[in-house]
Unconditional design. Structure first.
Length: 102
């Protein structure tokens, strides 16, 4: 587990941060259902994999964020990743949050 400063993690993830965050994800398939994407949204994301995992993951995170921008916080994303035992990615998201809001 990583040490979480909840005062920083409450911040909303901005659209401009998605590209940086997406580079840490290993593949898009593992995250589409976790992030609550509908079947048509999942198809849209899968169609982007041909352009690379990074591009597809940006779309995946963007669709998740658009559903509830105020609810798309670093805390929620880190918690989802921890629940999946993706501690390395959760740690990278946390580090990015920490650097952004120091």
């Amino acid at each position: 587990m990583i040490d979480i400063d909840h005062s920083l993690l409450k911040n909303e993830i901005e659209e401009t941060e998605l590209g940086f965050l997406a580079i840490h994800f290993d593949n898009v398939e593992n995250y589409m259902q976790l992030l609550g994407l509908s079947p048509p949204e999942q198809t849209d994301v899968k169609n982007l994999v041909i352009h690379g995992t990074h591009t597809a993951m940006i779309k995946c995170l963007s669709l998740w964020r658009r559903r509830d921008p105020a609810g798309a916080t670093y805390r929620v994303l880190v918690k989802l990743l921890q629940d999946m035992r993706k501690y390395d990615i959760a740690s990278q998201v946390w580090k990015h949050c920490q650097e952004k809001f120091k």
